[in-house]
Design a protein around this ligand. Sequence first.
Ligand SMILES: Cc1cc2nc3c(=O)[nH]c(=O)nc-3n(C[C@H](O)[C@H](O)[C@H](O)COP(=O)(O)O)c2cc1C
Length: 435
Amino acid sequence: MPEKMHLLAFLMHTPINHMTMSWADPADRQAAGLGSIAHWQALAQTLERGCFDGMFFADVPAVYDHYQDNTDVAIKYGVNWPTHDPVALIGIMAAATRHLGIATTVSLASLHPFLAVRSMSTLDYLSQGRVGWNIVTGNARSEYRAMGLDVVEHDKRYDRADEYMQVCYALWRGILPDAVVADREAGIYADPAKIEKIAFEGEYFRCHATPSVLPSPQGRPVLFQAGSSGRGQRFAVDHADVIFAIQPDLPRMQTFMRKLRETATESGRDEDLRVTFAVQPFIGESLEAAEEKRDSMLAKIPLEAALTRISGTFGVDLDTVDIDKPLQEITTQASQGLVSAMSSMFNDKNITLREAVRLSGLAGLIPQILGTPVQVADQLEEIWRETGCHGFNVTPAIVPGGYEDFVDLVVPLLQRRGIFRTEYDATTLRGNLVG
Ligand SMILES: Cc1cc2nc3c(=O)[nH]c(=O)nc-3n(C[C@H](O)[C@H](O)[C@H](O)COP(=O)(O)O)c2cc1C
């Protein structure tokens, strides 16, 4: 267990955060603020006031297209449509803060590693070492369709990603310390002998290049990963500084940590495992008030919108599945991943897929943490102590109000208990989050 809990805000550059239809809630400001630099900068400043390690953007670059085999329902309900590029927000939010880390998802599906390193490391350099990169292999069919590419099979995506990272590491380590001399009198900018040129010929990538972006104070961006299959977790323990996970409750979080530790041992990972679990807090004056808030939001989510979201996440068209059957009776080959995740989420209760999808409208499969600020702090502390996790990806339903409440009401409690920082230790994301 780390000495202190770590906190990341968990967001998307779309009209919703992780709650389907959040844009329609009267308290929401994200949809209106989508094109406002002031909105994103104020949010970053709120999180920095709350000493968050950073903010993290989930991203799927193209629109969910599985439900009814088109994108119309996603467009109609604003289910990750529009989906703007979160990379564009890094510079904007870094400019308004001094310590906050800003991490974003970049899919490896169609971006050559040379360009990915160039973009992410330039932002890391500009922000003085505050950038993180969530590596996803690209599991959305629509992303491949948009680029005119064939969908790559699951395990092969990770083999390709392993090779992708070899190119990135070569680019990152290629500029040796003191390479830049900037000697005005001699008229020499840098020493070519201290730049290692790359000649990479792999199965998936070729890269013959001179590393072209200077390292930031943290060297390279902090790497995140969230694979949940066996192959995905192997990739995560091999590459990630911090691993993201979604698990429905404490026992499953404990099981997840146990299995991941085994994978890390088998893989010979020689550094600590750092896992952050996603949670959706609902803070109220009482537990009943928080539950009421959650229930009233849930009641306003059209089933079609939730079906589109889950169809997109799991790559199945739920319009072709009998959703009134109990979860356990659904056997379509295409939806087995979905059924097992749903059964796990809803504790193997004998509910129909319709009910499971409806309940997951709130935040996909992310669990809710409900109650007064004290009750929310208690639950976070319990999960942190009982699992040995590194911390949490906090994703309130309403932005920015949910973060303001969390920062003003929950963070001071965690600080008083001595389990969360009262000031930043470092100026880089790696320094604060990884240590
Ligand atoms: C907390 C968390 C965040 C994730 N964020 C993204 C994301 O932003 N974009 C994306 O395409 N996939 C995202 N994923 C999906 C994972 O990258 C991964 O594909 C998924 O967990 C399935 O695991 P597998 O690839 O090992 O089968 C996320 C998963 C988790 C648990």
